[in-house]
Design a protein around this ligand. Structure first.
Ligand SMILES: [Mg+2]
Length: 273
């Protein structure tokens, strides 16, 4: 554990969204206030979500509506990181994307060559299969993904989250869909989003910051906090979302967050108090 006062010396504050700065469609007032104060004091903020079922534009609209006054450059999703990886490291590759129509539209606009279900039926095979949090998943799409991977397509996954919390309870997320594909193919994908190395590399590249200048806030141990732990970034767990205090007691020491706070209200106190 590290003293929360270390938060005073940071330059870039990375925030998870759900469970950290809002719950569903309810913003935490103290989060709105803290982020406002960070910007006013010349510090930078970034909103990073693994939820790639929506695009950057969706989050821009949502965060604006909830009062966070975001800039477009402050928002990044696991879908953005995966798309960047493909454009930089696999230029020109054809992609079969098991994702929402919103994500597919976003990737097409970026210039990624997407293979459709009709193409697959006609015998085409993509260079890369990417699975994501596809809330429009069908058995046909799952079959197409599995068959192409079995025939040798590279397999990537936007983010490893197993479930997504909603107002009505948990729903299966990207990691659960990937598990089905792995069971059917024997292939484990390369995962992007938090806590992947590519995610941190892209954040550092885009913001031109050093790891010591960053801190990451989140409510989940195996994504938000692991992003910090694996990359030497100060990590702060808030207890406003998924992780309970009781769960923390059984966490191995190398996975323990550097800082644990009830909420971002206490982060505000530690930074400005
Ligand atoms: Mg969260």
């Amino acid at each position: 554990m590290v003293s929360p006062e270390i938060l005073r010396d940071k330059k870039l504050y990375i925030f998870d969204l759900d469970g950290t700065i809002y719950l569903g469609s309810k913003p935490f007032d103290f989060a709105v206030r803290y982020i406002e104060k960070l910007r006013a004091s010349g510090r930078c903020v970034m909103f990073f979500t693994n939820n790639a079922s929506h695009s950057q534009s969706f989050y821009y609209t949502k965060l604006s509506a909830l009062g966070f006054d975001p800039q477009r450059g402050e928002i990044m999703t696991a879908g953005d990181v995966t798309a960047e990886f493909i454009m930089r490291r696999r230029p020109g590759a054809s992609v079969y994307l098991l994702g929402t129509s919103e994500l597919r539209r976003d990737w097409r606009v970026r210039g990624i060559r997407l293979i459709t279900d009709d193409d697959v039926v006609l015998g085409e095979r993509a260079d890369i299969v990417v699975s994501s949090f596809d809330t429009e998943l069908t058995y046909e799409k799952l079959t197409h993904a599995v068959r192409q991977i079995r025939l040798g397509s590279e397999y990537l996954c936007t983010h490893p989250d197993r479930v997504c919390p909603t107002e009505d309870g948990f729903i299966p997320d990207s990691g659960a869909i990937a598990s089905a594909i792995t069971t059917a193919t024997g292939v484990v994908p390369q995962f992007f989003g938090k806590p992947g190395r590519e995610t941190m590399e892209m954040i550092l590249e885009v913001t031109r910051r050093r790891p010591s200048e960053l801190c990451v806030f989140g409510d989940r141990l195996y994504t938000d906090i692991a992003l910090g732990k694996k990359n030497g970034i100060t990590s702060c767990l808030v207890l406003t979302g998924e992780t309970t205090e009781a769960e923390l007691r059984s966490v191995p020491s190398d996975s323990m967050p550097d800082i644990v706070l009830p909420s971002l209200a206490e982060a505000d106190e530690a930074t400005f108090g």
